[in-house]
Design a protein around this ligand. Structure first.
Ligand code: ZN
Length: 319
């Protein structure tokens, strides 16, 4: 049973907004561009594994969580976590194609693409073992005592593992279900009550999107970013406010609600609150009454009065 459904990474959408507003010559432009590529690949791999898990019918009660961000010694994010009567099972998903070789001392994963390109990655077995440790600490903090299992899953059928490792279980996506089925040979050690308790704790302690606001995460100064309302049709940034609408000088589109996306972008990139002045600066407005009208009609929570008024999102960073 799915306890936390598959969610596309909202973080990626925010990263794309950040990249769009960053000048191409900025010192972080290429780094963020590469991170977006890696996140897209990762999301795709997780979607494939999620479909496998959705189809799964196991002869015992279990819960599946997609993307949990938890805190123990430090923050850690699990692609998938299953809670079963036999213990917790972490699935660390990788979408890396080509010929793959696990190496040790230092542990790393070497990828050789068909084109001959060679790339190295942090070792996923090592990563999984670190997550198992962090999860054991997290459970200990919440008085939960359960065995923790895990496997690294290569999601793409174009991944060829040439040399594996004995540091973790390595699976192809079609081995996920047989791997989980084999648990039923063991004696269940966790009661239904404990499973329910773990589910509640995990959902309560999940803290998504810790990288927001992104300018803070990447130490980018707010003034380094391009300001203005983005046209949803052509992507032009800097729509003009007209009497009842927003007008795009590039493609001539009129959009009544174009400011809504701009405000969401503001919260993702800058901070979780906005004042009238900040709104005018970001949307490139020169009329404080117009800014007030926009902020009052954007489903935000108002704090304070007059010049000290700030507006906050109702549910910050939760989709
Ligand atoms: Zn346009």
């Amino acid at each position: 049973m799915i306890a936390k459904i598959y969610t596309n990474s909202i973080h990626m959408e925010a990263m794309e907004k950040l990249l769009k507003r960053l000048p191409p010559e900025h010192r972080l432009y290429v780094k963020i561009l590469n991170e977006i590529g890696a996140t897209k690949g990762g999301d795709f791999g997780e979607e494939i594994v999620y479909k496998e898990l959705e189809k799964m019918q196991l002869p015992f009660k279990y819960y599946v969580f997609h993307k949990l961000l938890l805190y123990a010694e430090n923050a850690f994010e699990l692609d998938f976590l299953l809670i079963t009567p036999f213990g917790a099972v972490i699935l660390e998903v990788k979408n890396i194609i080509g010929e793959l070789e696990f190496q040790e001392n230092p542990s790393q994963l070497i990828q050789r693409k068909e084109t001959g390109e060679i790339k190295k990655y942090p070792c996923p077995a090592h990563q999984l073992n670190e997550y198992k440790y962090q999860l054991s600490q997290f459970f200990m903090d919440h008085n939960i005592l359960v065995p923790i299992f895990g496997a690294v899953v290569f999601a793409s059928r174009n991944s060829f593992v040439k040399s594996s490792t004995d540091k973790a279980i390595i699976l192809n996506k079609n081995e996920v279900r047989p791997y989980l089925r084999q648990f039923q040979k063991q004696k269940p050690t966790i009661t239904m009550e404990e499973i329910e308790k773990m589910k509640d704790v995990l959902l309560m302690k999940n803290t998504p999107f810790a990288k927001f606001p992104l300018t803070k995460h990447y130490s980018i100064q707010p003034e380094e970013l391009r300001k203005g309302v983005e046209c949803s049709k052509c992507g032009f940034i800097g729509m003009n406010k007209r009497k009842r609408t927003w007008h795009c000088p590039a493609c001539k589109t009129n959009d009544l609600f174009a400011y809504k996306n701009a405000l969401t972008t503001y919260f993702w990139l800058y901070k979780d609150s906005i004042t009238n002045k900040e709104c005018r600066e970001f949307l490139l407005l020169n009329n404080r009454y117009e800014a007030k009208h926009i902020l009052s009609n954007s489903d935000l929570i108002k704090h304070g009065n007059n010049k000290c008024t700030i507006y906050k999102m109702k549910k910050p960073f939760i989709h």
